[in-house]
Design a protein around this ligand. Sequence first.
Ligand SMILES: NC(=O)c1ccc[n+]([C@@H]2O[C@H](COP(=O)([O-])OP(=O)(O)OC[C@H]3O[C@@H](n4cnc5c(N)ncnc54)[C@H](OP(=O)(O)O)[C@@H]3O)[C@@H](O)[C@H]2O)c1
Length: 321
Amino acid sequence: MKILVIGKDGQLGKAFQKEFLSLFQGRLSEVDIRYIGRQDCDLADLGALEKILEDFQPKVVINAAAYTAVDKAEEEVELSFAINAALPGLLAKYAAVNGAYLLHYSTDYVFDGQGSIFYTEDHPVSPLGIYGKSKAEGERLILEAFSKIKSSQAHYAIFRTSWVYGDGANFIRTILRLAKDRPELKVIADQFGVPTSAQWLAELSSDFMFDLSPDSSIALRNFPSGIYHAVPAGETTWHGLACKAVDIAKVAGANLLLEAINIKPIPATEYPLPAPRPMNSRMSTQKLQKALEGLGVVSQFPQWDLLVRDYVSELTKNQLI
Ligand SMILES: NC(=O)c1ccc[n+]([C@@H]2O[C@H](COP(=O)([O-])OP(=O)(O)OC[C@H]3O[C@@H](n4cnc5c(N)ncnc54)[C@H](OP(=O)(O)O)[C@@H]3O)[C@@H](O)[C@H]2O)c1
């Protein structure tokens, strides 16, 4: 089975590399996995990617690439739409025409974050900034491509996720870096969401996609195509996440000047940024949990703070703070 992973050096891309090492262990002769990073192809050049698709003819395409610089996107509008919209649009056309599977990732930023509801997948999108608008357009183009060509072999899943952390730059690492030599910090406490481990997301995505019954060859699951919200259980604020990360790192032995009690909660209005952010990023995961149950996959979503504990403990142990 040919598998193409795009965006191999991002947080999610690296998580897939790690996940597939263990998932396909002992069955490597059954898969042909190609990982694409910036050095292989500038994704703004769709012609180059088209050639890779034509030559390799993957049965599974995983798009872990994205333009994720939320503030810079306000100025780099064209590039943001090229990577977040045109690229998934092209991948969807390929998958729909060739009877392939597409896994794509989107974001809580497709919503405006009004109120305190848990967004469901069918809630109308209303992005506030360019990043969210470009990701929403990417979703639309995937839906459009699959609505035009109905191949029973082609499937797609768009996983909307939020506050991703993994092997790369992210909020948790920034806080822990600052915590080494700052006695006090101010962190936003009125934006709500769910921190999501890239490793957990890669594992969940793989469970959704691959059926690895021990006595048969690797199969693809007949999952219902659509948009799914994919975040762990619970909710917090950036302030809650910062306090949790500092507490865990200290317990794990990190040498930090900052105590969680000295992280001051502030409203978002006190920390203005170029791009507007949703105040409420809560998303219901019921649809995904039901779909996983329907596929016979056990799906107890872990609490976000348990995953953060594992991540921060690992960073501390490996002296990566
Ligand atoms: N990070 C979050 O907090 C967050 C929240 C919600 C949803 N998401 C979604 O989750 C998915 C994974 O995010 P992530 O955190 O893993 O993102 P990430 O770490 O920023 O990785 C994105 C990857 O895409 C690559 N890329 C971007 N433009 C490229 C280009 N023109 N040519 C080649 N490669 C290019 C980047 O390469 P370079 O490193 O070389 O630029 C990077 O390796 C994305 O769909 C994102 O929208 C993320």
